[in-house]
Design a binder for this molecule. Structure first.
Ligand code: C2E
Ligand code: MG
Ligand code: MG
Length: 549
């Protein structure tokens, strides 16, 4: 036992369980007995040593409160009263008035200290209660989980479960805060009733964490799913539709701490939500929290230390056969390994780091641009992320940076994926207009992977549209896809939008897409993404070869 740890002493003064442990009671009794012998062997109550009795009186009443203080006062009074001579050498006993008077002092001090500490304890309990329970629902919260977790570090649960209310915002708007709290309490009670477990915590406004033993999981998990399938939660007379996703992490693991096991179950719950499943069990190929955090943590350093670099992928004009543009694609050289943008851009997009990355890319493209083009008239496209749209000052700084270099219009353009554009059409339209006004062309990337942008094309100030490579890849297998591509090309042309076909890997695709009227092509048929120096050489060679006289 760590005798001098702060939390141990705090728990003796503040928590009932430790205060009444046999070890602690024996310790307090030993203190009184020691003082008794100290007074006895130093000659009795005639000496000042008797005041040492205030130490156990104060200590014990602090620990046991008013009642404990009064009892210890009486015991101390008796021990140093009728049971203790005034002079132990000549065995002269004390006057009764003397020891009674002293006992009253002991009782008074004990009761006062006990009273003060009782007040402190009740305030502590109140604050602790507020801290460890949700203020709206009164359910045990994340802090409660953490306090338990610290106490039983070793003892990891068998199963960690995250319970997510997907449509909580709709419910909140519909029924209001207090009725939403009522719903959460009902869900909590239902869980307790089905699972017979009390380790349930409301860790967020829409999220519960549950720890289960293997046995309880086996016996009750399916029952729980059924129960929530059948149950209708009626709040304020309204039967609510509660859209739930459950994420499960099974087993103790050396790789995962207890908290990480919950994070894994959260990831599983989010997976279930995204895929419209009722529940999902964590698989190792779901994004791994360790790995995510480690990569995210290393990203700011990567930006500062120039670990990021760009490769350029040519875009060829299908009519002239000349390289018309390059797409700048970012990579990360991390500890000698090259990491694909697909493995860190989505992570960065979950944080503000994506803005710093985009800023770095813009500056690097501006530097490379001078090298890439002296006499050639070529454009470079930069990919913008969805999150970049939420930072208008970044967009302003992109425009400013591009304009500062005195480029002709339409030399550096941006690409934004179809799904990004659709996410917030009004915002995108405003941003695209400001880019367009600044002479920066705009392309919609990965067209065909999202929904319904076709109808919105006429409303957007875009210059180019890139048909997604997965879509292109299907065109020879599926007549419908081919017809759809043809339709997109025709419609885009009507709106004065040029079309780039992505993912051209063979001559067949190039020919077919050129026949369909596509203006540009991009793909491994021409080249793989390459450094700026190689891109320059490639362009000179390719243009020389394909120049039509
Ligand atoms: P994207 O913007 O659609 O970029 C095209 C991706 O398709 C590139 O992969 C490119 O190498 C690949 N590609 C092009 N032609 C072919 C082909 O014929 N066959 C095959 N199999 N692949 C082809 P990459 O470089 O891995 O980039 C993947 C995605 O990462 C990009 O898709 C883009 O969404 C994102 N990304 C890349 N660089 C950046 C960046 O600088 N900023 C942002 N925000 N995202 C970036
Ligand atoms: Mg792109
Ligand atoms: Mg693309």
């Amino acid at each position: 036992m760590k005798l001098f740890s702060r939390s141990l002493w705090r728990s003796f003064f503040l928590k009932n369980t430790q205060r009444f442990s046999p070890v602690f009671i024996s310790f307090t009794l030993l203190m009184i007995v020691l003082v008794y012998f100290l007074v006895y062997f130093t000659g009795g109550t005639q000496n000042a040593y008797l005041h040492a009795m205030y130490v156990p009186v104060v200590f014990i009443s602090a620990v046991y409160g008013v009642k404990g203080g009064v009892i210890i006062g009486i015991i101390a009074g008796v021990l140093l009263g009728p049971l203790m001579p005034h002079d132990t050498v000549n065995m002269i006993m004390q006057d009764s008035v003397n020891w009674i008077y002293r006992m009253i002092y002991f009782i008074g001090v004990g009761a006062l200290v006990g009273f003060i500490l009782d007040r402190v304890r009740s305030q502590y309990d109140m604050i602790h209660d507020l801290y460890t329970h949700s203020t709206d629902t009164g359910l045990p919260n994340y802090q409660m989980y953490l306090s338990k977790y610290n106490e039983h570090d070793e003892d990891q649960a068998d199963i960690s479960l995250t319970f997510l209310i997907n449509n909580y915002e709709d419910i909140l708007v519909l029924v209001g805060r207090s009725h939403y709290a009522e719903l959460l309490k009902k869900i909590y009670e239902t869980l307790i009733a089905v699972l017979h477990e009390s380790s349930i915590y409301q860790v967020d406004v829409c999220k519960l964490w549950i720890e289960l033993s293997q046995k309880s999981f086996k016996n009750n998990y399916v029952k729980m799913l059924q129960k929530f399938e059948e149950e209708t939660f009626i709040i304020n007379g309204v039967p609510l539709f509660v859209d739930l996703s459950i994420g499960v992490y099974i087993g103790k693991s050396e790789d995962f701490s207890r908290l990480e096991a919950f994070r894994a179950s959260e990831i599983a719950a989010l997976y279930a939500k995204k895929n419209m499943l009722k529940y999902s069990i964590y698989q190792s190929d779901f994004s791994y929290p360790h790995y995510k955090l480690e990569r995210l943590g290393a990203l700011p350093r990567a930006i500062k230390n120039n670990e990021l670099f760009l490769e350029y992928h040519p875009i060829v004009n299908l009519k002239t056969g000349q390289v018309s543009a390059f797409e700048a694609l970012v990579r990360w050289r991390k500890d000698g390994e090259i990491i694909s943008p697909l493995d860190f851009i989505p992570l960065a997009e979950e944080t503000k780091l994506i803005d710093a990355i985009t800023e770095w890319i813009v500056k690097q493209v501006i530097k490379d641009y001078a090298l890439l083009t002296n006499e050639n008239d070529v454009m470079v496209n930069i990919n913008l992320s969805q999150r970049n749209l939420y930072n208008p000052s970044l967009i302003e700084s992109i425009i400013e940076n591009i304009k500062k270099e005195n480029y002709k219009d339409k030399t550096i353009g941006v690409e934004m994926t179809e799904s990004t554009v659709m996410l917030n059409l009004n915002l995108t339209r405003t941003l695209l207009t400001s880019l367009k006004d600044a002479g920066i062309p705009m392309a919609i990337d990965d067209f065909g992977t999202g929904y319904s942008t076709l109808a919105c094309l006429s409303e957007l100030p875009i210059d180019r549209l890139k048909i997604d490579r997965n879509f292109v890849a299907r065109m020879f297998q599926d007549k419908g896809t081919e017809q759809l591509i043809q339709m997109i090309v025709n419609y885009a042309h009507e709106l004065d939008i040029e079309v780039i076909a992505e993912g051209i890997e063979t001559k067949n695709f190039e020919d077919a897409l050129a026949n369909m009227g596509c203006d540009f092509g991009q793909g491994f048929y021409y080249a793989k993404p390459m450094t700026v120096e190689d891109a320059k050489v490639f362009m000179a060679k390719y243009n020389g070869k394909t120049k039509k006289s």
